[in-house]
Design a binder for this molecule. Sequence first.
Ligand code: AMP
Length: 588
Amino acid sequence: MPGTSVSVLELSPYTNYTFTVEARNGVSNQSPLRSVASTIAYVNETEPPKVTSIIMEKQEKSSLTLTWTVPGRQMRSVTGYKLMYSKKVDQQTYTVLQSSSNSVMVSDLLPGTVYVFRVQALTHDGAGFYSETHEFHTLEEKAETNWVSLAAGIGVAGVVVLLVIGFICIRRRKRNSRARQGPEDIYFTKHPDQLKPLKTYVDPHTYEDPNQAVLKFADEILPSAITKQKVIGAGEFGEVYKGTLKKGRKDISVAIKILKVGYTESQRIDYLSEASIMGQFSHHNVIHLEGVVTKYKPLMIITEYMENGALDAYLRNNDGEFSSLQLVGMLRGISSGMKYLSDMNYVHRDLAARNILVNSQLVCKVSDFGLSRVLEDDTEGTYTTSGGKIPIRWTAPEAIAYRKFTSASDVWSFGIVMWEVLSYGERPYWEMSNHEVMKSINEGFRLPAPMECPSAIYQLMMQCWQQERAKRPKFGDVVNILDKLIRSPESLKSIADFDPRVSIRLPSTSGCDGMIFRTVTEWLESIKMGQYLENFQAAGYSTMEHIVQLTPEDVTVVGVRLPGHQKRIAFSILGLQEQASSMGVYTV
Ligand code: AMP
């Protein structure tokens, strides 16, 4: 090929490809030296699939058979479909069916009624775009009555009713202990294999007996199938172990959460509610529940094992070691998991890097589900005047002020997670007190861009922190924006200004109750950085006068000498200067 560029199509996503280019001319064959260069690249994302047309194959009085298509190149990633339909006259109430094939019979429809349909293709990475809306109507019921066929019809209907009743009884008996007093299934299908119902999330507390919820949503595992290996963490309810689970002939790695002895009934219910919630989800970026042990003691919740543990600690232990593209890839995964959860009408309320788990492939998964438990269990939870515990630094103002928790407040928290990820696990708002955080946010201040943060990513964070929740992007928008950035990595090259001065003030880092520090040692110790005194002295900053006169450029000089803590130092210094200059918002 003569040119110096080529487009390589039809590559598989998430696969490493090595490209080697050799320059050749008329005498290349004569020379032992070759002029070659190689690079490794991979396609992170492919275009989300979109269903392009829906066709009605068969029309009956109470059913319609539909088929649809997805462009050939997108077919490979499709794992199933979600079909949504409603009566045209009442589009608020709709039914969702999940199908593994591109053809379904939708039954139990009303005769002579217009229905609207939309289909979405599903992939391991979440759902693709919605198709256009298509309208189809069922056949009219015949007006004239033929008494002979009516009698025959009644006979047939009688048999059908008996069959259905029989079927329901058998199903109930099969479920035996699974009989429940909670909400009924919304969807019913004659082809369970082909048409799996996709439920919106069901709150286990709506069950009269919440213990029944866990039986419905989680598989019971025998303790003999589980082997504990070592303790990997601790939660409010007890220890978390790494271990194995026998699954068929294979042993898989799992995390085992144990409910410690001496629990109360309400702790047991809260503990199991996490499994009831997790068991309803199935997504690549949401932690997967293997099952529960409830019939033997101790009670256990078994989930997939995530080799790299919690995201905040993982980033802190690997400070500065990832490319922007990798960090954005992590965020893309989290947003995709959150989109799935919000589509299921699940509001997380405690989205934070500490509640994201990372596996050996760097796949991030949303975890830590619960209801009342969620926030009780979190050391960040603080009681507010409106009652209940709330992790202030991660929570949207309207959720703090009047407990308005929605997917839009989860989007705010996602913005904080973005900030945590780009700053490698830095604590949001550093040492500011919760009260100071709330005050600053209400006054319109926002976290400044982390160091080396791509501008596009900082802009997205700021969108997530819009005061008016309707203006924040939806998780679907966030996934699309991150996808676009990942597809053109050069868009991540422009870096946001690392200039905390106009963004935020940090009163709590500027000394206790207005007291100015007398020596550099005193100040460094107050911010738990006493061990860096020598670095400061070596850089010529030996008195508080020097410190107060530092400029951002000096901070960088000091920062370079203090890898890992440079950000915190930078802000501490600026906080101090702010106090010295007694200005609301610090300017040098
Ligand atoms: P949790 O009670 O869910 O907050 O878990 C406490 C700690 O246990 C977490 O911070 C993780 O370090 C660890 N952990 C929990 N679940 C898993 C898992 N599925 N894989 C690996 N580590 C986990």
